[in-house]
Design a protein around this ligand. Structure first.
Ligand SMILES: [Zn+2]
Length: 262
């Protein structure tokens, strides 16, 4: 009986310490990459009341970034456009609630290294990056920023990989704004996009998009940690089994060498 009470107390403490964020995703990454760009949900349904989020508009009408329930799409001009609550999104991930952790990301940290900083932080609070999903918000000044957006499909059946091959990149020597997104585990059966995935919205709301490269200058970083939950599908016909794994690093990851520049 004593052991049972102790266990309950410990479970309650664990629950309180780790009552972290809730992360919800509409549509699996594999269905999106296979070319299903139909409306999985609406902006209002998915992002209203959320802390932060990212995604892509239905029919690839731009990358999506959401901050405190305010949501923009970034079309080919690179200038964010506020979206309406009833606008559709083909893919969306939103973070809700939970306990906020403050994390230090030193000046000079690259996008690749930011993931290591997140993982080191998780290890210090006894969490494993492969067992949880983190929502992340970085606000402040960055240098060497490359943001990208994508155009609507040019023909029927175009995959997201083919669309991203024609991504439009916007480079900024210095950039001030907010980067929001997620650190998902490194391996996935195609439900999620692995690794660190951030979208930006500038303080002046004149630039934004999917982040391909940056160096931290002076930023404040917060994160929210969530247990992994199954992805909620954004359509009636379930997941798409992929013949080949998606090369997420190529399409979504950091650009690391000069030959990869536009
Ligand atoms: Zn993205």
């Amino acid at each position: 009986m004593h052991d049972q009470a102790l266990k309950q107390a410990r479970d309650a403490l664990h629950e309180r310490l780790h009552r972290d964020g809730l992360v919800e995703q509409a549509r699996s990454a594999s269905r999106l990459f296979a070319g299903d760009f139909s409306e999985a949900t609406t902006v209002g349904h998915h992002f209203a009341g959320s802390l932060l989020g990212l995604g892509v508009m239905h029919e690839i009408l731009g990358e999506v970034v959401s901050l405190r329930g305010e949501t923009w799409r970034v079309p080919m001009t690179g200038v964010p456009v506020p979206v309406d609550a009833d606008d559709g999104v083909a893919f969306a991930i939103a973070a809700h609630g939970g306990r906020r952790h403050r994390m230090r990301v030193p000046s000079g940290t690259s996008l690749e290294s930011t993931q290591h900083v997140v993982d080191d932080y998780l290890a210090r609070v006894h969490r494993d990056a492969q067992q949880v999903v983190c929502a992340i918000e970085m606000h402040g000044r960055f240098t060497d920023v490359v943001l990208r957006t994508v155009a609507p499909p040019q023909h029927d059946g175009e995959t997201l990989g083919e669309i991203i091959d024609d991504e439009v990149r916007f480079s900024f020597s210095t950039w001030t704004g907010t980067m929001v997104g997620f650190r998902f585990p490194d391996s996935s059966k195609g439900e999620t996009i692995p690794g660190l995935h951030l979208h930006g919205i500038a303080d002046d709301r004149r630039s934004g998009g999917h982040l391909r490269s940056m160096i931290v200058d002076n930023v404040t970083t917060h994160l929210w940690i969530d247990e992994l939950h199954p992805v909620r599908n954004g359509g009636p016909d379930g997941d798409t089994e992929l013949a080949n794994p998606i090369d997420f690093g190529r399409y979504e990851g950091p650009t690391t060498n000069a030959s990869d520049s536009p």
